[in-house]
Design a protein around this ligand. Sequence first.
Ligand code: DQA
Length: 148
Amino acid sequence: MRILVVNGPNLNMLGVRQPEIYGRETLADIEVLLRNRADQLGDVELAFVQSNHEGTLVDELQQHRDWDGVIMNAGAYTHTSVAIADAIAGLDIPVIEVHLSNVHKREAFRHHSYMSPVVWGQIVGFGFRGYMAALDLLYSRLTDGTPA
Ligand code: DQA
């Protein structure tokens, strides 16, 4: 099972960027935690992509279209990018949208997601644990076919 983990703009700054909102874990810490969990689950290959550039995120989604699932935090592009939403809509694999912060408790412009109509589901507000939950949810869907 191959799962792509995609992080968008400014998420390379995790740990130092507004830790009171996004937590103290770095993206590298999250990668280690996810890789450890993938090892526990077994038979899970993970690839990690982070880019500050919208088109690169679209390219990565297209290039991994034959993978099995995607965990996606598009950062601010969540609220602006029709191009990324279209790229997700063009995939035939489940995508889980993750946000570290609870976007619904924040500024109004963060309440709308172009991703949400085209993803399997959304996990918001649980910090790095949201990525862990997303991996477990994809794993159970892909192994026993049961949507959570
Ligand atoms: C975010 C929420 C977005 O509104 C913000 O622009 C981010 C991070 C989150 O993980 O909480 O960059 O996606």
